[in-house]
Design a protein around this ligand. Structure first.
Ligand SMILES: [Ca+2]
Length: 175
């Protein structure tokens, strides 16, 4: 969906990814199965129903183990709502409607776990972005561009071309 075009100095690198699926034999619409935010060496997955999974760097693993166990216990007890949690560099909040992941450099990703996701990019990243959310340079006229920079705005298949160019292979699909 969105990531900086390259690694810029003094700007944390991140990726916002979505895993799509078809539902109800409807091939025309792809639904989001889950979103993943890759930042600070962690992968934050917002699954359907707003269930959250956080993978962390090995170093932090130990530290988080206790917290994770507590969270798992809460899920086992029937609480699907993930409690608010703070991690090094980012916070996860659930206001009941949306899960909101906010980093300390003002990247915000919100999801209702069903239909709607919002990605807010820090101002410093304007024009430095790539992905199907485009370059965030304030100019919508140059957004119909594939990953390699080809302008496909005149093509009747422009949406497919842009989306397919940003497709990421998921190692989980090969299992
Ligand atoms: Ca643009």
């Amino acid at each position: 969906m969105a990531s900086p075009k390259q690694v810029y100095p003094d700007m944390p690198y991140f990726q916002v990814l979505t895993k799509n699926e078809e539902r109800h034999d409807n091939n025309d619409v792809s639904y989001i199965r889950y979103m993943e935010i890759v930042v600070f060496g962690s992968v934050i997955r917002i699954d359907r129903g707003k269930e959250i999974y956080v993978s962390l760097m090995m170093m932090m693993m130990m530290m988080m183990m206790m917290m994770m166990m507590m969270m798992m216990m809460m899920m086992v007890n029937g609480g699907r709502v993930f409690p608010d949690a703070s991690f090094p560099g980012f916070d996860i909040r659930n206001n009941g409607l949306n899960v909101r992941v906010a980093t300390n450099f003002s990247l915000v990703v919100e999801s209702d776990g069903k239909w709607t996701s919002v990605i807010k990019i820090p101002a410093a990243y304007e024009g430095k972005m790539t992905g199907i959310c485009a370059d965030a340079d304030g100019n919508p006229n140059n957004d119909m561009t594939t990953k390699d920079g080809t302008d496909v705005s005149a093509s009747p298949y422009k949406y497919d071309l842009v989306c397919n160019s940003h497709q990421v292979n998921d190692p989980e699909d090969e299992l």
